[in-house]
Ligand binder design. Structure first.
Ligand SMILES: [Zn+2]
Length: 253
């Protein structure tokens, strides 16, 4: 295994896709190396984010073998029903030159409820403790349920506040100004992706444009949420430049 020097690798990069799944063979097969090459040629680096135990192991392996790539490990709320023990094991085996830079994506998803709510909460709390123990930032996935369902944020913020010292980003943020402010007051960053290039929701556009640059992280969430004008095609980390472009335009007004 090539353990690339992750510190010097950032030199010369123009952008980082702070949240993609390029490592994951569930989504990318033969095209993985080609997409990696295109991204690097555009001077873009990437953080490969795990969603379950298998995908977290794969993120670490991919990042260890690709120079401009780092890994986040964690179990998404959808998959907490299958456990999160391997995340702990990966952290315990972390070497000094490890590509692991974050815990994620973890959180609560009351929209799909693919895992029971109690299991989602248990998985989130266990992994937040790991973030504290290993001093790593967190990539959060928090999604509210349909109207009339219990509020995901009503559960999320008290859990978050139980772990003083947490750092991280609200990935793929599409919620309200109130929750945006709550995130800022806790020093969280906000991750925006292709949604900002195709949303027709005026309030959402204004909210995105109002996020201070120093609180903003760019991401693709590839293979999902392909930015305009490539809707209908698979998303890839190189397209993070399109997210940067549209937000740059929005900031002029
Ligand atoms: Zn994701």
């Amino acid at each position: 295994m090539i353990e690339a020097d992750k510190k010097s690798a950032t030199e010369g990069l123009r952008l980082i896709d702070s949240h993609c799944h390029l490592h994951d063979t569930e989504f990318f097969t033969d095209n993985r190396e080609q997409f990696y090459k295109e991204t690097v040629e555009a001077n873009i680096g990437m953080i490969c984010v795990g969603t379950d135990q298998r995908s977290s192991r794969q993120a670490v392996e991919f990042a260890a073998n690709h120079e401009f790539t780092w890994a986040a490990i964690g179990v998404h709320p959808h998959d907490t029903k299958d456990g999160w023990g391997d995340v702990k094991t990966l952290l315990e085996n972390k070497t000094e030159n490890s590509p692991i830079v974050a815990i994620g994506e973890i959180g609560l998803d009351y929209y799909y409820n693919n895992s029971p709510r109690e299991t989602q909460i248990e998985g989130l709390e266990a992994q937040l403790q790991m973030a504290i123990d290993y001093n790593l930032p967190v990539s959060f996935h928090v999604r509210d349920g349909a109207k009339g369902q219990p509020s995901v944020w009503g559960d999320f913020w008290p859990i978050f506040d139980n772990f003083p010292g947490l750092r991280g980003v609200l990935h793929s943020f599409t919620d309200t100004r109130d929750n945006l402010e709550k995130g800022f007051s806790r020093n969280l960053y906000v991750g925006l992706n292709g949604i900002s290039t195709f949303t027709k929701d005026q309030l959402q556009k204004e909210l995105f444009a109002s996020i201070p640059l120093e609180r903003l992280l760019l991401e693709t969430d590839a293979p999902f949420l392909t930015p305009a004008p490539f809707r209908g095609n698979i998303n890839k980390p190189e397209y993070v430049r399109l997210v940067a472009g549209i937000l740059g335009e929005a900031a002029k007004y």
